[in-house]
Design a protein around this ligand. Structure first.
Ligand code: THU
Length: 133
């Protein structure tokens, strides 16, 4: 993942953030997932009058990816963007969701407009929960 690829993925996340349904918090978030075949899937946050039912952008994007038949092994990265804040890191629940699919997924957040910060989900959520089978 080079800087230009990361910035392009952040641009997708920025575009989808404009579709966010966030009448309560007014805090819009977009997420864009990059796959090995270079395809992408996006999601935005969708709030609800019963606040706790709100769906975050990252989980919306991941659900959409799975619904479209994407394989978890093919996820390379997820970029997260909010027009409301610099460095929009995924919440704890979304970190657990990302970690479900691979510990190597790269998590990209925007820093000051022209810079992308790149982590792995393992950096952000070491010792994630999993079921031993
Ligand atoms: N939100 C996300 O979409 N992703 C996160 O990782 C954290 C928070 C949304 C949920 C809610 O609609 C708004 O941001 C404010 O919390």
């Amino acid at each position: 993942m080079d800087k230009n690829q990361a910035l392009t993925l952040l641009e997708h996340a920025k575009q989808v953030a404009s579709n966010a349904y966030a009448p309560y918090s007014k805090f819009k978030v977009g997420a864009s997932i990059l796959f090995k075949d270079n395809s992408t899937v996006q999601g935005c946050n969708v709030e609800n009058a019963s606040y706790g039912l709100t769906l975050c952008a990252e989980r919306n994007a991941l659900s959409t990816a799975i619904s479209f038949g994407k394989n978890k092994e093919d996820i390379l990265a997820i970029a997260i963007y909010s027009p409301n804040t610099n460095k929009c890191f995924p919440c704890g629940a979304c970190r657990q969701w990302i970690a479900e699919f691979s510990q190597d997924i790269q998590v990209i957040v925007e820093n000051n407009g022209d810079n992308a910060l790149i982590y792995t989900i393992n950096d952000l959520l070491p010792y994630f929960f999993y079921l031993d089978k």
